[in-house]
Design a protein around this ligand. Structure first.
Ligand SMILES: O=C(O)CCC(=O)C(=O)O
Ligand SMILES: [Fe+2]
Length: 364
Protein backbone atom coordinates (compact mmCIF):
# COMPACT_ATOMS: atom_id res chain seq x y z
CA UNK A 1 0.00 0.00 0.00
CA UNK A 2 1.42 3.35 -0.89
CA UNK A 3 0.82 6.36 1.31
CA UNK A 4 0.71 10.04 0.48
CA UNK A 5 3.23 11.83 2.64
CA UNK A 6 2.35 15.47 2.05
CA UNK A 7 1.75 17.99 4.85
CA UNK A 8 -1.56 18.01 6.68
CA UNK A 9 -3.92 20.68 5.38
CA UNK A 10 -4.90 23.54 7.68
CA UNK A 11 -3.02 26.18 9.63
CA UNK A 12 0.47 25.41 10.90
CA UNK A 13 0.87 24.50 14.57
CA UNK A 14 3.22 22.36 16.60
CA UNK A 15 1.22 19.71 18.48
CA UNK A 16 1.64 19.24 22.24
CA UNK A 17 2.18 15.64 23.36
CA UNK A 18 2.42 14.70 27.04
CA UNK A 19 4.84 11.77 27.39
CA UNK A 20 4.54 11.30 31.17
CA UNK A 21 2.87 7.91 30.67
CA UNK A 22 6.14 6.72 29.06
CA UNK A 23 8.38 8.45 31.60
CA UNK A 24 6.65 6.41 34.36
CA UNK A 25 5.35 3.35 32.48
CA UNK A 26 4.71 1.33 35.65
CA UNK A 27 2.32 3.98 36.96
CA UNK A 28 0.43 4.36 33.70
CA UNK A 29 -2.16 2.56 31.67
CA UNK A 30 -1.38 0.80 28.36
CA UNK A 31 -4.38 2.54 26.80
CA UNK A 32 -2.99 5.95 27.77
CA UNK A 33 0.39 5.06 26.27
CA UNK A 34 -1.31 3.90 23.08
CA UNK A 35 -3.02 7.29 22.79
CA UNK A 36 0.33 9.07 23.28
CA UNK A 37 1.88 6.94 20.52
CA UNK A 38 -0.97 7.80 18.13
CA UNK A 39 -0.61 11.53 18.87
CA UNK A 40 3.15 11.31 18.45
CA UNK A 41 2.81 9.51 15.12
CA UNK A 42 0.54 12.24 13.82
CA UNK A 43 2.88 15.04 14.95
CA UNK A 44 5.93 13.30 13.44
CA UNK A 45 4.12 12.73 10.16
CA UNK A 46 2.54 16.16 9.80
CA UNK A 47 5.03 18.57 11.36
CA UNK A 48 8.28 16.88 12.48
CA UNK A 49 8.29 19.19 15.54
CA UNK A 50 6.50 18.42 18.83
CA UNK A 51 5.99 20.37 22.07
CA UNK A 52 6.78 17.69 24.64
CA UNK A 53 5.13 18.03 28.02
CA UNK A 54 5.59 15.70 31.00
CA UNK A 55 9.25 15.05 30.07
CA UNK A 56 10.22 14.68 33.74
CA UNK A 57 13.32 16.92 33.80
CA UNK A 58 13.24 18.69 37.20
CA UNK A 59 12.93 22.45 37.17
CA UNK A 60 16.21 22.95 39.04
CA UNK A 61 18.13 20.96 36.42
CA UNK A 62 16.78 23.24 33.68
CA UNK A 63 17.45 26.36 35.76
CA UNK A 64 20.99 25.10 36.37
CA UNK A 65 21.55 24.75 32.64
CA UNK A 66 20.36 28.33 31.98
CA UNK A 67 22.69 29.68 34.68
CA UNK A 68 25.62 27.64 33.30
CA UNK A 69 25.03 28.98 29.78
CA UNK A 70 25.03 32.56 31.08
CA UNK A 71 28.13 32.02 33.19
CA UNK A 72 30.20 30.61 30.34
CA UNK A 73 29.16 32.97 27.55
CA UNK A 74 29.42 36.08 29.73
CA UNK A 75 33.20 35.59 29.79
CA UNK A 76 35.42 37.62 27.41
CA UNK A 77 35.86 36.21 23.89
CA UNK A 78 39.61 35.68 24.47
CA UNK A 79 38.86 33.44 27.44
CA UNK A 80 36.23 31.44 25.55
CA UNK A 81 38.59 31.00 22.58
CA UNK A 82 40.88 28.90 24.82
CA UNK A 83 38.29 26.13 24.59
CA UNK A 84 38.17 25.88 20.79
CA UNK A 85 38.84 22.56 19.08
CA UNK A 86 39.61 21.69 15.40
CA UNK A 87 36.49 21.81 13.18
CA UNK A 88 36.18 18.02 12.91
CA UNK A 89 35.85 17.76 16.72
CA UNK A 90 32.34 18.68 17.87
CA UNK A 91 33.43 19.79 21.34
CA UNK A 92 34.23 22.95 23.25
CA UNK A 93 33.68 26.54 22.19
CA UNK A 94 32.54 27.51 18.70
CA UNK A 95 32.72 31.31 18.20
CA UNK A 96 30.29 33.20 15.96
CA UNK A 97 30.57 32.21 12.26
CA UNK A 98 32.61 29.08 12.94
CA UNK A 99 29.70 26.93 11.80
CA UNK A 100 27.65 27.51 8.70
CA UNK A 101 24.48 25.49 9.00
CA UNK A 102 23.23 26.31 5.52
CA UNK A 103 26.35 24.62 4.08
CA UNK A 104 25.16 21.35 5.63
CA UNK A 105 22.48 21.54 2.93
CA UNK A 106 24.76 22.85 0.20
CA UNK A 107 23.24 26.36 0.35
CA UNK A 108 25.90 29.08 0.58
CA UNK A 109 25.53 31.60 3.43
CA UNK A 110 24.06 34.68 1.81
CA UNK A 111 25.39 37.30 4.19
CA UNK A 112 28.07 38.06 6.75
CA UNK A 113 25.22 38.43 9.19
CA UNK A 114 24.47 34.73 8.99
CA UNK A 115 25.28 32.11 11.61
CA UNK A 116 26.32 34.60 14.30
CA UNK A 117 25.49 32.18 17.12
CA UNK A 118 28.20 31.06 19.53
CA UNK A 119 28.09 27.60 21.05
CA UNK A 120 29.66 25.31 23.59
CA UNK A 121 29.44 21.58 22.81
CA UNK A 122 29.80 18.50 24.96
CA UNK A 123 29.10 14.91 24.00
CA UNK A 124 29.42 11.20 24.59
CA UNK A 125 33.14 10.42 24.90
CA UNK A 126 34.99 7.17 24.05
CA UNK A 127 36.30 6.91 27.63
CA UNK A 128 32.72 6.34 28.86
CA UNK A 129 32.55 3.07 26.85
CA UNK A 130 35.62 1.26 28.12
CA UNK A 131 34.47 -2.10 26.69
CA UNK A 132 34.28 -0.70 23.12
CA UNK A 133 36.89 0.67 20.73
CA UNK A 134 35.36 3.85 19.39
CA UNK A 135 36.83 6.45 17.02
CA UNK A 136 38.42 9.24 19.04
CA UNK A 137 37.22 12.02 16.74
CA UNK A 138 33.52 11.08 16.72
CA UNK A 139 33.52 10.22 20.44
CA UNK A 140 35.90 13.03 21.37
CA UNK A 141 36.74 13.69 24.99
CA UNK A 142 35.07 16.76 26.43
CA UNK A 143 36.83 20.06 26.83
CA UNK A 144 35.78 21.54 30.17
CA UNK A 145 36.51 25.19 30.86
CA UNK A 146 38.72 26.07 33.81
CA UNK A 147 38.01 28.63 36.54
CA UNK A 148 38.01 32.20 35.23
CA UNK A 149 37.39 35.69 36.46
CA UNK A 150 33.97 35.29 38.09
CA UNK A 151 33.49 31.89 36.42
CA UNK A 152 33.44 28.75 38.58
CA UNK A 153 34.31 25.64 36.57
CA UNK A 154 32.99 22.94 38.92
CA UNK A 155 29.35 24.14 39.19
CA UNK A 156 29.29 24.75 35.43
CA UNK A 157 30.35 21.19 34.73
CA UNK A 158 27.97 19.70 37.31
CA UNK A 159 24.98 21.62 35.92
CA UNK A 160 25.78 20.80 32.29
CA UNK A 161 26.36 17.11 33.03
CA UNK A 162 23.10 16.90 34.99
CA UNK A 163 21.18 18.35 32.06
CA UNK A 164 23.03 16.15 29.54
CA UNK A 165 22.01 13.02 31.46
CA UNK A 166 18.41 14.19 31.84
CA UNK A 167 18.02 15.19 28.17
CA UNK A 168 19.53 11.85 27.10
CA UNK A 169 16.86 10.16 29.21
CA UNK A 170 14.15 12.13 27.41
CA UNK A 171 15.60 11.18 24.00
CA UNK A 172 15.52 7.50 24.98
CA UNK A 173 11.98 7.77 26.30
CA UNK A 174 10.98 9.39 23.01
CA UNK A 175 12.48 6.45 21.13
CA UNK A 176 10.19 4.12 23.09
CA UNK A 177 7.23 6.26 22.05
CA UNK A 178 8.49 6.28 18.45
CA UNK A 179 8.77 2.48 18.40
CA UNK A 180 5.14 2.13 19.45
CA UNK A 181 4.09 4.90 17.06
CA UNK A 182 5.79 3.09 14.17
CA UNK A 183 4.59 -0.29 15.39
CA UNK A 184 8.11 -1.71 15.55
CA UNK A 185 9.94 -3.37 18.42
CA UNK A 186 11.69 -1.02 20.91
CA UNK A 187 14.87 -2.88 19.93
CA UNK A 188 14.75 -1.16 16.55
CA UNK A 189 15.96 1.89 18.45
CA UNK A 190 17.85 0.41 21.39
CA UNK A 191 20.01 -1.78 19.12
CA UNK A 192 21.39 1.30 17.34
CA UNK A 193 21.71 3.66 20.31
CA UNK A 194 23.63 1.82 23.06
CA UNK A 195 26.72 3.95 22.24
CA UNK A 196 24.87 6.77 20.55
CA UNK A 197 26.80 9.78 19.21
CA UNK A 198 25.04 12.30 21.44
CA UNK A 199 25.95 15.96 21.61
CA UNK A 200 24.60 18.85 23.66
CA UNK A 201 25.06 22.19 21.92
CA UNK A 202 24.51 25.17 24.23
CA UNK A 203 23.93 28.31 22.21
CA UNK A 204 23.78 32.04 22.67
CA UNK A 205 22.58 34.44 20.00
CA UNK A 206 24.05 37.94 20.30
CA UNK A 207 25.26 40.46 17.73
CA UNK A 208 28.59 42.23 18.25
CA UNK A 209 28.14 45.70 19.78
CA UNK A 210 28.14 48.48 17.22
CA UNK A 211 27.40 46.22 14.24
CA UNK A 212 25.33 48.14 11.70
CA UNK A 213 22.50 45.87 10.71
CA UNK A 214 20.79 48.28 8.28
CA UNK A 215 17.67 46.80 6.79
CA UNK A 216 19.09 43.27 6.62
CA UNK A 217 17.53 40.69 8.94
CA UNK A 218 20.47 38.77 10.38
CA UNK A 219 20.14 35.02 10.68
CA UNK A 220 21.32 33.63 14.01
CA UNK A 221 21.52 30.10 12.63
CA UNK A 222 21.03 29.27 8.97
CA UNK A 223 18.33 26.96 7.63
CA UNK A 224 19.07 23.30 8.17
CA UNK A 225 17.62 19.97 9.12
CA UNK A 226 19.07 18.14 12.12
CA UNK A 227 21.24 15.20 11.28
CA UNK A 228 20.38 12.39 13.63
CA UNK A 229 17.43 10.52 15.11
CA UNK A 230 15.84 13.12 17.37
CA UNK A 231 16.73 16.50 18.91
CA UNK A 232 15.51 17.67 22.33
CA UNK A 233 15.59 21.45 22.45
CA UNK A 234 15.42 23.72 25.47
CA UNK A 235 15.14 27.41 24.58
CA UNK A 236 14.21 30.73 26.13
CA UNK A 237 10.53 31.45 25.45
CA UNK A 238 11.23 34.33 23.06
CA UNK A 239 10.92 34.57 19.27
CA UNK A 240 13.73 33.39 17.03
CA UNK A 241 13.19 29.78 16.04
CA UNK A 242 11.38 29.43 12.72
CA UNK A 243 10.10 26.21 11.25
CA UNK A 244 9.36 25.71 7.55
CA UNK A 245 5.80 24.45 7.30
CA UNK A 246 4.38 22.20 4.62
CA UNK A 247 2.88 25.43 3.23
CA UNK A 248 6.39 26.62 2.27
CA UNK A 249 6.29 29.47 4.84
CA UNK A 250 8.57 30.05 7.86
CA UNK A 251 6.59 29.97 11.13
CA UNK A 252 7.75 31.32 14.52
CA UNK A 253 7.85 28.64 17.19
CA UNK A 254 8.62 29.03 20.90
CA UNK A 255 8.60 26.33 23.55
CA UNK A 256 5.17 26.20 25.20
CA UNK A 257 5.17 26.64 29.02
CA UNK A 258 6.67 23.56 30.68
CA UNK A 259 7.50 21.96 27.32
CA UNK A 260 10.67 21.02 25.52
CA UNK A 261 10.64 21.26 21.74
CA UNK A 262 11.46 18.04 20.01
CA UNK A 263 12.22 17.57 16.33
CA UNK A 264 13.16 14.66 14.14
CA UNK A 265 16.44 14.44 12.26
CA UNK A 266 17.46 13.11 8.85
CA UNK A 267 18.17 9.58 10.05
CA UNK A 268 14.56 9.18 11.15
CA UNK A 269 13.36 10.54 7.79
CA UNK A 270 15.59 7.97 6.04
CA UNK A 271 14.42 5.17 8.35
CA UNK A 272 10.77 5.98 7.70
CA UNK A 273 11.16 6.76 3.99
CA UNK A 274 10.01 10.35 4.73
CA UNK A 275 6.80 9.13 6.32
CA UNK A 276 8.08 11.17 9.25
CA UNK A 277 9.62 14.55 8.59
CA UNK A 278 13.05 15.99 9.25
CA UNK A 279 11.79 19.56 9.16
CA UNK A 280 13.81 22.57 8.02
CA UNK A 281 14.31 25.24 10.65
CA UNK A 282 16.46 28.30 11.32
CA UNK A 283 16.92 30.92 14.02
CA UNK A 284 16.22 34.55 13.30
CA UNK A 285 15.88 36.54 16.54
CA UNK A 286 14.13 39.86 15.89
CA UNK A 287 16.27 43.02 15.87
CA UNK A 288 14.87 45.98 17.81
CA UNK A 289 16.85 49.26 17.67
CA UNK A 290 19.87 47.42 16.32
CA UNK A 291 19.91 44.90 19.17
CA UNK A 292 18.52 41.41 19.38
CA UNK A 293 16.64 40.14 22.36
CA UNK A 294 18.66 37.74 24.52
CA UNK A 295 18.11 34.22 23.37
CA UNK A 296 19.68 31.05 24.70
CA UNK A 297 19.04 27.48 23.71
CA UNK A 298 20.47 24.00 24.18
CA UNK A 299 19.99 21.29 21.57
CA UNK A 300 20.55 17.67 22.60
CA UNK A 301 21.20 15.60 19.48
CA UNK A 302 20.55 11.86 19.76
CA UNK A 303 22.28 10.58 16.61
CA UNK A 304 22.72 6.81 17.04
CA UNK A 305 25.76 4.52 17.15
CA UNK A 306 28.42 5.64 14.64
CA UNK A 307 28.59 2.10 13.20
CA UNK A 308 24.82 1.54 12.97
CA UNK A 309 23.48 0.96 9.46
CA UNK A 310 20.26 2.88 8.90
CA UNK A 311 18.07 1.14 6.32
CA UNK A 312 14.47 2.05 5.62
CA UNK A 313 12.05 0.14 7.88
CA UNK A 314 10.28 -2.61 6.00
CA UNK A 315 6.88 -1.26 7.03
CA UNK A 316 7.71 2.13 5.49
CA UNK A 317 9.07 1.03 2.12
CA UNK A 318 5.72 0.93 0.27
CA UNK A 319 5.21 -0.34 -3.28
CA UNK A 320 7.52 2.25 -4.81
CA UNK A 321 10.49 0.99 -2.82
CA UNK A 322 12.63 3.01 -0.41
CA UNK A 323 14.28 6.12 -1.75
CA UNK A 324 17.28 6.06 0.58
CA UNK A 325 20.12 3.54 0.28
CA UNK A 326 21.38 2.21 3.63
CA UNK A 327 23.99 4.47 5.25
CA UNK A 328 26.00 4.29 8.44
CA UNK A 329 25.47 6.98 11.03
CA UNK A 330 29.19 7.86 10.72
CA UNK A 331 29.04 8.41 6.94
CA UNK A 332 25.87 10.45 7.19
CA UNK A 333 27.21 12.67 10.01
CA UNK A 334 30.56 13.14 8.25
CA UNK A 335 28.87 14.55 5.13
CA UNK A 336 26.75 16.91 7.21
CA UNK A 337 29.53 18.09 9.53
CA UNK A 338 31.89 18.64 6.59
CA UNK A 339 29.34 21.21 5.44
CA UNK A 340 28.55 22.93 8.71
CA UNK A 341 31.95 22.88 10.40
CA UNK A 342 34.57 22.57 7.64
CA UNK A 343 32.86 24.70 4.97
CA UNK A 344 32.46 21.97 2.34
CA UNK A 345 28.98 22.23 0.80
CA UNK A 346 27.04 18.98 1.12
CA UNK A 347 26.05 18.05 -2.42
CA UNK A 348 23.83 15.18 -1.23
CA UNK A 349 21.07 17.43 0.14
CA UNK A 350 19.54 18.75 -3.08
CA UNK A 351 15.90 18.40 -2.09
CA UNK A 352 16.21 20.28 1.23
CA UNK A 353 18.32 22.99 -0.45
CA UNK A 354 15.55 23.44 -3.01
CA UNK A 355 12.94 23.87 -0.28
CA UNK A 356 15.11 26.52 1.45
CA UNK A 357 15.55 28.46 -1.81
CA UNK A 358 11.81 28.26 -2.52
CA UNK A 359 10.97 29.60 0.97
CA UNK A 360 13.48 32.44 0.49
CA UNK A 361 11.55 33.64 -2.53
CA UNK A 362 8.36 33.65 -0.39
CA UNK A 363 10.24 35.57 2.35
CA UNK A 364 11.32 38.61 0.39
O1 LIG B 1 18.49 27.71 18.91
C1 LIG B 1 17.53 27.05 18.52
O2 LIG B 1 16.39 27.26 18.92
C2 LIG B 1 17.69 25.95 17.51
C3 LIG B 1 19.06 25.39 17.44
C4 LIG B 1 19.18 24.37 16.34
O3 LIG B 1 18.35 24.25 15.48
C5 LIG B 1 20.36 23.48 16.31
O4 LIG B 1 21.29 23.69 17.12
O5 LIG B 1 20.37 22.58 15.47
FE1 LIG C 1 18.61 22.37 14.43
Amino acid sequence: MSEHFSAAPGPFSVPVVDISAYVSPLASDAAVRARVAVDMARACRDVGFVQVRGHGIPHDVIAGLGAAIDAFFDQPLDTKQRYRTPPQINRGYAPPHSESLSLSLGVESASQLNDYFEAFNIGAAASEFSQLTLPADVYAENVWPGDGDGFAAAPFRAAVEAYFTAAGGVARTLCRVFADALNVSPQTFTSVTDHSVDVLRMIRYALPDGLAVGDVTPTGMGAHTDYGIVTVLWADPVPGLQVLGGDGVWHDVQPAPGCLLVNLGDLTARWTNDRWRSTLHRVQPPVVDGRIRRRRSAAYFHDGNYDALISTLRSCVGIDGGQYPPITVADHLAAKLAGSRAGVANTAAGEEAERVRAAETVDR
